[in-house]
Design a protein around this ligand. Structure first.
Ligand code: DLL
Length: 437
């Protein structure tokens, strides 16, 4: 049986959805033009006036926003309302230099939590459930988003945050959690730890999990479903458009419904910016139709996916997106943290090393590993192991401060990293996360 949190909107006719979008986009563009100087300038430069936007189809006339715009406008430049009206901020993972700070009014928090509640109900959740939220709490949106959604559904919410796996397991067992919300890699790790402790999948009361924030494969889904004895559902989102819940999987488990009453999705050619027809693979672009404090219009996510309007067996009418199939930039997601190779390069230069390096990402026991090989200049070289080890430790510390996660550093002799004749191969990702595309 299909369950909906807000059936009237989740199963609305296509005409109704378009009607809602037409109405909202006109209001939203006017709101942004009047309240966000940065965006008003961008529209003026592109010769677009709010009056030019009469329906959702006119959205193509608007300029794109990129992460670079968000950084340039940091911290208040894209704020759509008086700071006095804001009740919360969240921020992307990563460094101070690359952080994006998103603001929320109470209405923004409410619509975000509704989206997460839709996801929980779509996965079979109700007020009878005990929902263990093991996404990180804090600036990251995972914890707060699913926590809010769980409250809206009326589940008993266990605000565990991530980490401390022994305690997670103890609470899961003693308080009979029925829902688990965390990153897929953490879910796999919890499954493995349960088995190590001698528990069988049927010993826990879990029935479903809502996993996202990083790429994961069908293979990983099966592994998680088997080890925990649950159904594993995908959830997608990004800090810039609230957080988790922009799109979520339903019982059909074949793509994620985008909450298109709140977020209008387009797929574009990342090279030309041209909007592509349904069914084409391209970069996902979102417009937040309701958000007051951080209302992004045509924001380029850099996530590559395909949209589909094929009828869904769950009865929802909202457009579906495939799992992200990769990125159109070089961002890596390592242990849930967004990492750009450029940040690594910055640390190397600041710490007096050469920018000759190689990043190797892998996965051991369901946890991402990050190794960085860094070439030493001949004058930095020492034949004393203890000297090299202490340099490695100190560089790893500087990396941790910048990235938010600690890599393993390997200082290697000068000229030992293979030079490429074309673009340097900076990243070797052995995780094969996008084998579904
Ligand atoms: O990861 C929000 C989130 C929290 C989503 C909890 C789902 C669950 P950011 O840290 O801003 O926000 O990272 C956003 O993560 O552009 C994608 O590249 C990636 N991502 C998010 N969900 C998925 C997913 C949160 N289900 C970036 N599959 C996005 C693959 C995902 N990649």
């Amino acid at each position: 049986m299909a369950n909906y949190f807000q059936p009237e909107i989740e199963t609305a006719s296509r005409e109704k959805i378009v009607e809602i979008q037409n109405e909202k986009i006109v209001k939203q563009v006017k709101h942004v033009y009047e309240n966000v100087e940065y965006y008003r300038k961008l529209m003026d430069e592109n010769g677009v006036k709010p009056e030019d936007i009469k329906s959702i189809d006119d959205i193509k006339k608007l300029p794109f926003l990129s992460k670079a715009d968000l950084r340039e406008a940091y911290p208040y430049g894209l704020l759509g309302t008086d700071l006095k009206n804001c009740v919360r901020i969240h921020s992307t993972s990563g460094t101070t230099g690359k952080r994006v700070v998103a603001f929320y009014t109470q209405a923004d928090v409410d619509l975000w939590e509704d989206c997460c509640a839709r996801a929980i109900v779509a996965a079979g959740g109700s007020k009878d459930d005990v929902c263990q939220v093991a996404y990180g709490y804090g600036l990251f949106t995972g914890g707060a988003g699913l926590h809010g959604g769980s409250h809206k559904v009326g589940c008993l919410t266990l605000p565990m945050s991530s980490g401390n796996t022994d305690r997670q397991i103890q609470f899961m067992m003693d308080l009979q959690a029925t829902f688990l919300c965390c990153t897929p890699s953490y879910a796999a790790y919890i499954g493995e730890t349960l088995a190590e402790k001698g528990y069988k999948p049927e010993d826990n009361k879990l029935k479903a999990g809502i996993f996202g924030a990083e790429p994961w494969t069908e293979e990983m889904r099966h592994q998680i479903e088997e080890s925990l004895g649950i159904k594993a559902y995908d959830i997608y989102g990004l800090t810039e458009s609230s957080g988790p819940g922009v799109a979520f999987e339903c019982s059909a488990q074949s793509g994620m419904h985008i909450n298109e009453d709140h977020f209008y999705a387009e797929v574009i050619d990342p090279e030309t910016g041209e909007t592509l027809p349904e069914g084409s693979k391209g970069e996902l672009v979102f417009t937040s139709l309701d958000k007051e404090a951080f209302p992004l219009l045509r924001y380029r996510t850099r996530d590559i996916c395909i949209l589909s309007r094929e009828k869904c067996s769950c009865g929802r009418t909202h457009v579906k997106m495939t799992k992200p199939m990769g990125r159109s930039d070089d961002m890596l997601i390592i242990r849930g943290v967004n990492v750009f190779p450029s940040q690594i390069e910055t640390v190397l230069i600041n710490e007096g090393y050469t920018p000759n390096y190689q990043i190797i990402v892998g996965r051991e026991n369901n946890t991402d590993t990050l190794d960085i090989n860094v070439e030493l200049l001949p004058e930095q070289f020492s034949d004393k192991v203890s000297v090299i080890q202490s340099m490695e430790k100190s560089l790893a510390g500087a990396m941790r401060t910048m990235l938010g996660i600690g890599p393993k550093i390997h200082l290697v002799p000068s000229k030992s990293i293979v030079r490429s004749e074309g673009k340097a191969v900076r990243v070797i990702d052995n995780r094969k996360l996008h084998d579904m595309s």
